[in-house]
Design a protein around this ligand. Structure first.
Ligand code: ADP
Length: 190
């Protein structure tokens, strides 16, 4: 199995690049943000609880996303030659839970690939995305700023977790989509 964590702040381009990675390497993508938005659309109890936090730019509780991810891995592990995790893990607790669960299945994370993009560009990309997507968390400057802050405080430290395991690869995330994709492929194939 080839299991990749695609890492980076909101607006770094994880979703765009995940689509290209899964096509090239024949993987299954697991994006917690998308999974949560599906729950919101279905108006499940989990979705209703998550929406309140997501609209404010806060993280949803670890147990909630860990449970969802475990369920998805179980569901797809026999058909998949690996996974791309997009937007997960977002806390060290999530990273630990993912490692433990994969190990119990006989798998592991091969690499974390981090997309590096400066704050100004992140903000302008998110504002642009909000115009198309209609996502409430992309339409308010304060919420966008807050998500970047939450990333810096709670999520950025997850890098250390994979650094310690010698699995961390940093990729320059500014440039044409194809250019960034080629850099990611280089990191994956290193
Ligand atoms: P972005 O990368 O632009 O922030 P996502 O779709 O990955 O977009 O996430 C949107 C929101 O969903 C986050 O701000 C957070 O509220 C929630 N979310 C997604 N993934 C996680 C996670 N792994 N842990 C906690 N909350 C999450």
């Amino acid at each position: 199995m080839l299991n990749i964590v695609l890492f980076g702040p909101p607006g770094a381009g994880k979703g765009t690049q995940t689509k290209k990675i899964i096509n090239k390497y024949n993987l299954v993508s697991l994006a917690t943000g998308d999974l949560l938005r599906t729950q919101i659309a279905k108006q499940t109890p989990l979705g209703i609880e998550a929406k309140i936090l997501m609209d404010k730019g806060e993280l949803v509780p670890d147990e909630m996303v860990i449970g969802m991810i475990k369920h998805q891995i179980e569901e797809h592990k026999n058909e998949a030659s690996g996974f791309v995790f997009d937007g997960f893990p977002r806390t060290t607790k999530q990273a630990e839970a993912l490692d433990a669960f994969l190990a119990a299945c006989g798998y592991s994370i091969n690499k974390m690939v981090a997309l590096e993009v400066g704050k100004e560009l992140l903000v302008s990309r998110l504002i642009g995305r909000g115009l198309d997507s209609g996502r409430p968390d992309d339409q308010d400057m304060k919420i966008i700023e807050h998500r970047i802050e939450v990333y810096n405080i709670s999520t950025a430290p997850v890098k250390e977790f994979y650094l310690k395991q010698n699995k961390f690869y940093s990729v320059h995330g500014v440039g044409e989509v194809e250019e960034v994709f080629n850099r990611i492929c280089e990191a994956i194939e290193k």
